[in-house]
Design a protein around this ligand. Sequence first.
Ligand code: FES
Length: 126
Amino acid sequence: MSEYTDIVIEHFENPRNVGDMTDPDGIGVFGDPGCGDFLKVFIRVENNIITDIKYQIKGCPASIACASIMTELAIGKDLDEAMMIEDEDIVNALGGLPEHKLHCSNLGASGLKEAIINHVYAYVKH
Ligand code: FES
């Protein structure tokens, strides 16, 4: 039996919103692309609402599922609400993660926060 929930497996096999974005309104990078797991998040913001998210990721199956469900949690929320999405919310939305994989949710929540901060300070890194 898999250590992952069916939701984790489904999101890992069919990651939502993965990809690139032209002229994003904010970009967040969390982790180190050179030597480990990392996530790059692009957000589209209209009237203070996150209307679209794309991301590129290098990580384990759990981190991919976390990034995927993060986009579902954040799209449609205003920036304040999206900023409050924590690792725990991502883990709960996936129906749980094995103890030794809980840290994988950091990428999703932190990458999103970085992208929002980047947008708020109106400095988009290319
Ligand atoms: Fe490093 Fe999952 S992101 S083990």
